[in-house]
Design a protein around this ligand. Structure first.
Ligand code: FAD
Length: 335
């Protein structure tokens, strides 16, 4: 449990942005975490999983803690119950579930990051959100040093949101996540491209593993690979706007798409559509840009600074507000 000083965070975030951590350490259990937090209590801390949803805009003058809590244990008290260490890789866990006859997470295949970060923003893709399968989140309170078990309801999951990203931000470190998975598959195929891709794969009655393979195929063809070009997936959340505003905008932009929203009398608008419509898709300034195929993804062409990416994000936000009267907000955690 060595503490390193002045560590480059570039390899620890998928944006691949240069920033330094004053102190840096990994922890693999509660005791190590307690020692680190009490020894370095005079400086701020932040926890990192795999850095696939963060943008560093400056050096971090504190302690960066990389979560390495590992392990998957199958609950004895009920079929389909699994407890997973927060430092496990999300996609490897999804693969493990499929190998072990446990279903539900297949649509969430190949999402980057750690299991511990999955409740943070209630990861979701292709019509499924992780909140549907989480029963409890076991998290370490950074001041009392006690572990609290949050029920699904306590987590107040919403669209790319939970209490860990809102009211309890920075107060808890997630160590374990409990899941209740299905033993009989209940496949969710309604999301457009899944059926199309399965048809291309000549599969008519898919297994959960085949759905996972279809999702992997779609994601690989649509999303930029951070190993090739720095990014953190969707940079912005899709905004929810009042129905009346949508109807007024629809007159001006007849092709404006809309989806059901979590709020009543509101609709969800794809932020990528707005960004593309405003002419930002494929935009590049220096080393920062908007991906040429995915307008929702901001990219680092190699040596962008976090400030450059943030500046681009703010320009897009302002432009969309001027053009559509819609405020979009980042999904990515800006540090
Ligand atoms: C190409 C690409 C595609 C993506 N597609 C999707 C998608 O389809 N759907 C989706 O929902 N997301 C998507 N994402 C975002 C990302 O995969 C998720 O947000 C993921 O859960 C982040 O995990 P991480 O371990 O990398 O978190 P990090 O980036 O390390 O951390 C994210 C935030 O969570 C906090 N955090 C991390 N671990 C813990 C912990 N144990 N306890 C408390 N706080 C913690 C961090 O402090 C930070 O604020 C995508 C990202 C990329 C790069």
């Amino acid at each position: 449990m060595e503490v390193l000083e002045n560590v480059s965070l570039k390899p620890f975030s998928t944006f691949g942005i240069e920033a330094k951590a004053r102190y840096w350490a990994t922890f693999s259990n509660e005791a190590e975490l307690k020692t680190l937090l009490t020894t370095y209590k005079h400086v701020p801390f932040m926890v990192l999983g795999e850095g696939s949803n963060v943008l560093f805009t400056q050096d971090f003058e504190g302690l960066v803690l990389v979560n390495q809590v590992k392990g998957i244990s199958v609950g004895k008290e009920g079929v389909g119950k699994v407890r997973v260490g927060a430092g496990e890789n999300w996609h490897q866990f999804v693969s493990w579930t499929l190998e072990n006859g446990l279903y539900g997470l297949e649509n969430l295949s190949l999402i980057y990051g750690s299991v511990g970060a999955s409740p943070m923003q209630n990861i979701g893709a292709y019509g499924v959100e992780v909140k549907q399968f989480i029963t409890n989140v076991l998290a370490y309170h950074t001041e009392t040093h006690e572990i609290h078990s949050f029920t699904n309801r306590d987590c107040a999951f919403g669209y790319r949101s939970s209490i860990f990203k809102t009211t309890h931000k920075g107060k808890y470190i997630i160590l374990w996540v409990d899941f209740q998975l299905q033993t009989v598959p209940d496949l969710q195929l309604a999301y457009g491209d899944i059926q199309k891709t399965l048809a291309e794969m000549q599969i008519t009655l898919p297994t959960p593993r085949e759905v996972s393979q279809a999702v992997i195929k779609i994601r690989q063809s649509k999303l930029p690979n951070p190993a090739e070009i720095g990014n953190a997936g969707s940079f912005f959340k899709n905004p929810e706007i009042p129905l009346a505003q949508f109807e007024a905008l629809k007159k001006q932009y007849p092709t404006l798409p809309a989806y059901p929203a979590s709020e009543a009398e509101c609709v969800k608008i794809p932020a990528g559509w707005l960004i593309e419509q405003a002419g930002w898709k494929g935009y590049r300034r220096g080393e920062a840009g908007v991906h040429e195929r995915q307008a929702l993804v901001l990219v680092n062409y190699g040596n962008a600074t976090g400030a450059e990416i943030l500046d681009l994000a703010q320009k897009i936000q302002n432009d969309l507000f001027e053009k559509f009267g819609i405020q979009i907000i980042p999904e990515v955690n800006v540090v």
